[in-house]
Every structure is written in C-alpha cells, then in structure tokens.
Design a protein around this ligand. Structure first.
Ligand SMILES: C[S@@+](CC[C@H](N)C(=O)[O-])C[C@H]1O[C@@H](n2cnc3c(N)ncnc32)[C@H](O)[C@@H]1O
Length: 324
C-alpha cells in the first residue's frame, strides 16, 4: 500500500465545539443524537456534558467511523448506542431503539478529516497521491455506487445538473461534454484521470479556486445523495425532538447551508399557502424557533488551530409546540 498508517489515524478536531455544546443546552440525563458521530469528538464532549446518566445515540454511514467511536467512547459504557446508519433514517433508528423523543440532535455534515486524509477513500485530489486515488467517495464503503461508476454511466445532462446544482460550477455543460468524450477513450478511474479531464475542459480559468474542488464536491454529493439525505434527516430530526429540544447543524459549503437555512425557516414559518388562501391547504405547522438569524462561524483562534473550520456555518433551532 502506498499510504502510511499515520494518514489513516482519526485526528478529527471537533469544529465549533464550545458553540455546539452551548447550543445543544445539555443537561444531566439528556438523550442526545449525534447523527454524524465520525471519530466521536463532539460525542465524547456531549457525554461529558450530560453526565452522569445522559444517553448518546450516535449514527454514521461509515463503518470505520463507527469502529473508531466505539473505541473512543468505550469508557462511557451503556450510555452510548452506536448505529451504522444514515441520519436520513433517524426516525426508524429511534423507533427500533424505542426512544419516543430526544432532547437534542447534532448534525456535523460532510466528510471527516479521517476520510479526507485517507487517499484510498477518494475524497480529495491531492496532487502527490492523485495517480493512486481511486474515484470512490462513498461514505459507506460497503454499499452504493462509486464516483467512477457515476462518471462511467451518467448522461451529460445528469453530469451537468450535478455540477451546477451541487457546486455552482461555471462551465458545467462543457465539463460534462468533455467527460463523455474522455470516457469513450478510456474509463476515468483515478483522481489524476479526472483532474486531467478538468484541465482539458479549461473551465474556471482566472478564478481564485481550483475548479477541481467544486467538481469533487459535486461528485461526492451525488455519490452519497447528500442533498436528499440532508432534507430527510432534518425532517426526521425536527420530528424526533421534544418541545424545547435543540437542533444544531454544522454545514461546510453554501449549497449545504442553503438547504439547512431554508428548511429551518420553513419549519419556523408554518403555513406556506399563498396570501388570501381562505383555508390552509398546505397543512404545514410552526414547529421550530430559529435561534441563529445568521450562522455562527469559527473564531480567529479556532481557525489558527484548525484551518478546516474555515467554511463551517453553525445554525441552531428549538422545537416548539405545533401551531398553525
Ligand atoms: C464532519 S464528520 C463528523 C465528525 C464528528 N463530529 C467528530 O467530532 O468526530 C462527518 C461524518 O458524517 C458522516 N456522514 C455523512 N453523511 C451522513 C449521513 N447521511 N448519515 C450518517 N452519517 C453521515 C461521515 O461519514 C463523517 O464521518
């Protein structure tokens, strides 16, 4: 294997940790869901904040993350339940565990440092490893379709839609066309193959950021169906909260943050029928109070310690009694 073991160690530093802990309003004995338990950094702090008898239900799609958090959270014994499952299925997980409602839910979206730093997972296109980095990008390595499969099968319209919808990529149509031409010559298997095609398409010239960042982000979102999972996961989280319970979400790019913002606002607004509709036909109720009008970002001190917190956006909402 071309990768050293240190690259595979879990070293995820919990982002905006203090802010998240305050936002969750932790109390001794609380039942808290960490829908993206990752390396267990936020989870360990939540368990300390709910001692002596709080319960943490941790979910992650990634089997490696579940195994790592099992190891890290072992000392909390029966106070921890870990499940390898998507947060989009939180309602089913809670029903299975016979937990009717919870006090708080945390979603720390995106990929962990461990996933990013493991070249074989294919989440990053670092030039020094890109020849050996397969186009995988699955959060759950045991199921689903890899990025290489999507690039082999998707039609140009679908590719273009992913690039523009998930990453606002300028030149989406051109890149989709060049990918289809390139794959007729040879399949795209590695990050280096994809980077060569992006260079061939000559998109994003004169821009500050490497367009590969956006292309990789869009593909990752497509591979893991992240936008739909987030929409469903937020709905399941809102429904799982007791009145007064907190929903705390960390997003890392504008597309993700937009979904969170709109869905929290929608649940705080209730009825969305056009004005002057005599009787509500949408049936939507007020279920949340949004605490953060603007998202919270990392402080300069945190950024100095952890540059990966740079794009983090934290939003907080509180469950309220349903009203029209
Ligand atoms: C930013 S990391 C979380 C890090 C964690 N808060 C910590 O302190 O170590 C995001 C995690 O969410 C997981 N993930 C992404 N989408 C998911 C989903 N739909 N359901 C469950 N886990 C998901 C990823 O596998 C990754 O481990």
């Amino acid at each position: 294997m071309p990768y050293t073991s240190t690259q595979n160690e879990f070293s995820h530093r919990p982002v905006l940790l203090e802010e998240c802990l305050t936002a969750l309003k932790l109390q001794p004995g609380a039942t808290v869901v960490d829908g993206t338990v990752g390396g267990g950094g936020h989870a360990a702090a939540i368990l300390e904040g709910t001692a002596p008898d709080g319960h943490l239900i941790g979910l992650d799609l990634d089997g490696e993350a579940i195994r790592e958090s099992q190891r890290r959270l072992e000392k909390f014994g029966e106070r921890v339940t870990l499940v390898q499952e998507s947060f989009r299925n939180l309602d089913a997980v809670l029903a299975h565990l016979e937990v009717p409602e919870v006090d708080a839910v945390l979603l720390d979206l995106g990929v962990s440092s461990h996933q990013l730093d493991s070249p074989q997972r294919g989440f990053r296109f670092a030039t020094e490893t890109s020849e050996e980095t397969p186009l995988d990008m699955r959060m759950d390595q045991e199921s689903g379709t890899t990025a290489a499969d999507l690039l082999r099968r998707a039609d140009p319209e679908q590719l273009q839609k992913w690039f523009s919808k998930y990453a606002d990529l300028p030149g989406s149509r051109k890149l989709a066309r060049v990918i289809v031409e390139a794959r007729q010559r040879a399949p795209l298997r590695t990050a280096a193959d994809l980077r060569a095609v992006i260079a061939e398409a000559r998109i994003g010239r004169g821009r500050r950021h490497d367009p590969s960042t956006l292309v990789f982000q869009a593909l990752r979102m497509a591979v893991n169906d992240e936008a739909n999972a987030l929409t469903e996961g937020l709905e399941a989280a809102i429904e799982s909260l007791r009145v007064g319970g907190r929903l705390v979400v960390l997003a890392y790019h504008s597309g993700e943050d937009r979904i969170v913002k709109n869905q929290l606002r929608g649940a705080a607004r209730g009825c969305s029928c056009p004005p002057r509709t005599p009787v509500c036909i949408c049936g939507e109720k007020v279920r949340l109070r949004v605490i953060t009008r603007k998202p919270i970002s990392a402080s300069d001190d945190e950024l100095r310690e952890n540059p990966r917190a740079r794009s983090a956006r934290l939003r907080i909402a509180e469950r309220v009694a349903e009203a029209s």
